[in-house]
Write a protein that binds this ligand. Structure first.
Ligand code: F0G
Length: 481
């Protein structure tokens, strides 16, 4: 939630008390230079001890509630028939209005099962935008991912409130071109992660449903940030201001055949699930669950996490939980914009996205501007962000590099973890970097894995720019900062 102060400034307001904390330290700039070199200029390869603020992701890093922690203590550790599972099943039925539940160890495991059952070689899988693991699973199954986003989606500096909308004309044209039988399903991702956490509108989802129904195509929602998407619908779409997050989520679910999600994000735990009202889908998917995940009442999750998830599913419908990350992102984006730093607008869910194409226009796609920017942000602040650009794209089947539509450094705002002073510190250091942006040059791969290369790939800086940047930083802030 946010409040407007008497001076007119809007600030995020925490509707909770902090009662357990984790200490963090700020290693000085020379140590950070050593750490980022040791990590091959890949922020995934940094260790927690090297970080001041970890804004890599909100995945598995949201703050849990006291009630979630309490629930973990009463977990029922049974291989089959665990009571913890039935609590989660009841929560999903109440909140999502979906009868059948398949727990999975995390979101990508749900994608793997969906790929196994629905995606046949030669199929196409249309969606509002891909996520890295989504594309990997659907393509490994022989499908082709089609991104049917609207023209505005790639405009990083926009006022369009629903950049996550699917282009309905493109959807109809896709069905015409390939035939409905070749479309595995239509996937709608809640707050399109790689577009900068941008939501879709209810009106758009209704349009998708109508076309899909007319052609017998299942509608699959990736609900990894479903409560955030509902929060944006409440704030931005006519007719929803007076509806609760629960009502909005239930309306979204009434338009879907399947909802899967990463519980690491939306439920503030470590797990995932698939839910549906369709008995046939459920039974077909369930056949594969013990092969890849585990028995149907734990699906690869620990029963402690299942208990916490049962609470998390209900808590994500609370306004302050659904809006906690979004309001932090809004404040952070507003502050960076005030300092002239190019950021993705309007502010979306999950993270503040710095636009590396505009920040480092002198670096082309294959010099990896977003990767260089993430490394530079770490060097000047001790803050870990994530590259979401060309490094996050794997090569095509001919081994050719693919330039990403967007080049973003993502500074995640996990729910209820960081405070305004953290956002102010981050803004200050990133604004300093922006003033010294000409010092940052590109990166090149020295070790490049064949799949999801952004996880373990190692790179090095062109023209030793990191040394020059560290020197400039030391000159302004001293060796201890
Ligand atoms: N779908 C979306 C939209 C996601 O954002 C993620 C994960 C997944 C699926 C996969 O879920 O990680 O539980 O297996 N996003 C994380 C992130 C990794 O950092 O944004 P998972």
């Amino acid at each position: 939630m946010s409040v407007r102060l008497s001076n007119g400034i809007e600030i995020p307001i925490e509707m909770h008390k902090v009662r357990i904390v984790q200490k963090t330290t700020l290693p000085p700039v020379r140590e950070r230079l050593r750490a980022i070199e040791g990590a091959g200029y890949n922020t995934f390869l940094l260790r927690t001890r090297d970080l001041f603020l970890d804004m890599l992701t909100d995945s598995g890093t949201n703050a849990m509630s006291d009630n979630q922690l309490a629930a973990m203590m009463v977990a029922d550790d049974a291989y089959a028939g665990s009571e913890s599972f039935y609590k989660l099943e009841a929560a999903v039925q109440d909140v999502f209005g979906m009868k059948y539940l398949l727990p999975t160890h995390q979101g990508r495991a749900a994608e793997h099962l969906l790929a196994k059952v629905f995606v046949k070689p030669g199929d196409v899988v249309p969606m509002n935008y891909h996520f890295t693991t989504t594309r990997a699973h659907f393509e490994l199954a022989g499908g082709k991912v089609l991104e049917l986003f609207t023209d505005e989606a790639l405009n990083a500096d926009s006022t369009c409130l629903f950049k996550g909308n699917l282009d309905l004309d493109k959807f109809s044209a896709t069905i015409e071109k390939y035939g409905a039988g070749k479309v595995s399903f239509i996937r709608m991702e809640c707050t399109t992660n790689l577009l900068g956490g941008q939501p879709f509108s209810m009106e758009n989802l209704r349009g998708v449903r109508k076309i899909a129904t007319a052609h017998g195509i299942p509608v699959v929602i990736d609900g990894s940030l479903v409560s955030e998407n509902a929060y944006f619908i409440k704030q931005r779409e006519d007719g929803y201001q007076d509806k609760s997050i629960l009502e909005i989520m239930q309306e979204m679910m009434s338009l879907a055949d399947i909802c899967y999600l990463s519980g690491r994000k939306s439920c503030s735990v470590r797990g995932g699930f698939i839910s549906t009202n369709n008995a046939e889908y459920y039974h077909t998917l369930r056949n594969w669950l013990p092969v890849y995940e585990g028995f149907a009442t734990y699906g690869g999750m620990s029963t402690k996490e299942i208990e916490a998830m049962a609470v998390g599913v209900r808590e994500m419908t609370e306004l302050d939980v659904a809006g906690s990350s979004a309001d932090g992102v809004k404040y952070f984006v507003t502050r960076l914009k005030e300092e002239g730093v190019p950021v993705v607008t309007p502010p979306g869910g999950l993270a503040c996205h710095v636009d590396a194409k505009r920040f480092l226009p002198h670096i082309g796609s294959f010099g990896y501007p977003a990767g260089a920017l993430s490394a530079a942000i770490y060097l000047v602040s001790g803050i870990r962000s994530m590259e979401r650009g060309t490094i996050s794209m794997d090569r095509d089947e001919h081994g050719k590099e693919l330039a990403s539509d967007l080049e973003l450094s993502r500074l995640a705002v996990p729910r209820r973890v960081y405070t305004m002073s953290h956002f102010e510190y981050a803004t200050d250091r990133i604004a300093w970097l922006y003033k010294h942006r000409e010092l940052v040059k590109g990166l090149k791969f020295v070790e490049e894995p064949p799949v999801l290369r952004f996880f373990f790939g190692r790179l090095e800086p062109l023209e030793r720019w990191s040394e020059c940047l560290a020197q400039a930083f030391e000159k302004d802030f001293g060796p201890c900062a």
